[in-house]
Design a protein around this ligand. Structure first.
Ligand SMILES: [Zn+2]
Length: 153
């Protein structure tokens, strides 16, 4: 009798869309994590780029400090100094806390969350409720020491 299956039954399961992978890291602009020694050179270039970003944010916060020193707020608002070029989260520190971080050339402060720590180039030295202090390592630490401007006395 020539019976044919209805069109829709012939469609295979492969036609369905695959679930999308989590894209949080990609969205935040991080490269994939790599440990292959062959990638060392690009890792170093990456570390230099990220250190440069953090140093630029440090310079921005120095300008912000000039304003805070005039106004003298109890807790002042700064800009997160993490390596993520797209991050500009406000971070609250007193001026004294800010000065304490700045006293160490390789130390930076970031918003209090793992998202603001790139463990390839830095590590957490202190966790406060409102901010974390990170220390640069390797080439980023060298760059930070070179860029350090003398503190006012
Ligand atoms: Zn950040």
């Amino acid at each position: 009798m020539g019976e044919e299956p209805p069109e829709e039954v012939a469609m295979s399961h492969e036609e369905r869309a695959l679930p999308k992978p989590p894209r949080s890291r990609a969205r935040r602009g991080y490269p994939p994590l790599v440990t292959d020694p062959r990638t060392r050179l690009s890792d170093e270039a990456d570390a230099i780029r990220k250190a440069h970003n953090e140093i630029q944010l440090r310079k921005l916060n120095e300008r912000i400090e000039e304003h805070h020193l005039r106004v003298q707020p109890a807790v002042a608002e700064w800009v997160c100094e993490c390596a993520d070029e797209t991050c500009a989260l406000p971070v609250g520190l007193t001026i004294a806390e800010y000065e304490a971080v700045r006293a160490e050339p390789t130390h930076f402060f970031v918003a209090p969350s793992d998202e603001h720590v790139d463990t390839d180039i830095e590590y957490v030295v202190r966790r406060e409720p409102d901010y974390w202090i990170i220390a640069k390592k390797g080439v980023g630490a060298e760059m930070s020491r070179r860029e350090q401007t003398p503190r006012r006395t």
